[in-house]
Design a protein around this ligand. Structure first.
Ligand SMILES: NC(=O)C1=CN([C@@H]2O[C@H](COP(=O)(O)OP(=O)(O)OC[C@H]3O[C@@H](n4cnc5c(N)ncnc54)[C@H](OP(=O)(O)O)[C@@H]3O)[C@@H](O)[C@H]2O)C=CC1
Ligand SMILES: C[C@H](O)[C@@H]1OC(=O)[C@H](O)[C@@H]1O
Length: 255
């Protein structure tokens, strides 16, 4: 297999599980050393590092709640101290506590904004400053969502954060282009992870969501690894400010 990230250092937030973990392992498979951020799942983070090391790459897990701005600078510093540089940054950490709109608790709304959007802003800013100081460009990928483009009755607090990530990549692509830093987003469809385990325990909803997918199945975390590695790699050297739907065709499937 051609290794698309040979010698690169890749940072991934929220990589103790799910899409972030798949992205981290995918980067390691393609020759990168990988630093992962996580908040609570120490066992998951340690297992991810072991998997990265088993692939012959260096791995590092750094605990920190991305809603705290200091987590961003601490994560980038820890990774840079360990591996000497930051080449690729994947902003993935996110939550989606489903809740109705009319009685949405203030804390639920604010927590979702702080983790998904504010945290992303600080993380991307910290990574970009390191890349600018290094002087040899880089690639930033935000894990946005199909929900940047469509709504959800129980996601009125969540979908704006995903749209915000999509838009953040468009603006940072402009701000950072002169530094050779590319910024893009992936827009996953419904991917089977912990984030929606409870929601998709409703078999009728799960069947309804799967029925909308032309490829005939809901996604798996590993379905995101390839698209993220592509956007991180030199294969995408002229791609910035772009977004890539990874949804099995769900978005376009009206009838
Ligand atoms: N699954 C899906 O259908 C889709 C997911 N997405 C997006 O993909 C991203 C990953 O979600 P997914 O893998 O599905 O979900 P998971 O719940 O499986 O994973 C979420 C990850 O984020 C971490 N995390 C959560 N909160 C924080 C925090 N405050 N600080 C640091 N890390 C945190 C978790 O680590 P820990 O448990 O250690 O805190 C975990 O590693 C999210 O941004 C989500 O919005 C987008 C479209 C579809
Ligand atoms: C949590 C949802 O099931 C998941 O996350 C998203 O961004 C999309 O709304 C997916 O359905």
């Amino acid at each position: 297999m051609t290794r698309l990230l040979e010698g690169k250092t890749v940072l991934v937030t929220g990589a103790s599980a799910g899409i972030g973990r798949a992205a981290a392992i995918g980067a390691a498979r393609h020759g990168a050393d990988v630093a992962i951020n996580f908040s609570r799942d120490t066992a998951g983070a340690e297992a991810a590092v072991k998997e990265i090391e088993a692939l012959g790459q260096r791995g590092l897990a750094v605990q920190g709640d991305v809603s705290d701005p200091e987590t961003a600078t601490a994560f980038v510093k820890a990774a840079t101290d360990a591996f000497g540089k930051v080449d690729v940054f994947v902003n993935n950490a996110g939550i989606c506590p489903f809740h109705a709109f009319l009685d949405m608790p203030v804390e639920t709304f604010e927590r979702t904004m702080r983790v998904n959007l504010h945290g992303a802003y600080f993380m991307v800013q910290a990574a970009a400053n390191q890349m600018v100081n290094q002087g040899h460009g880089g690639a930033i990928i935000a894990v946005s969502s199909i929900s940047a483009l469509v709504g959800g009755e129980y996601q009125t607090h969540y979908t704006p954060t995903k749209a915000g990530l999509h838009s953040l990549m468009q603006s940072t692509a402009i701000a950072l282009g002169r530094h050779g830093i590319r910024c893009n987003s992936v827009l996953p469809g419904t991917i089977l992870t912990d984030i929606n385990k409870d929601d998709l325990a409703d078999q009728e909803k799960r069947d309804r969501m799967a029925a909308r997918v032309p490829l005939g199945r809901l996604g798996e975390p590993d379905d995101l690894a390839g698209p993220i590695v592509f956007l991180a790699s030199d294969l995408a050297k002229y791609v910035t400010g772009a977004s890539l739907l990874v949804d099995g065709g769900a978005y376009v499937n009206l009838q």
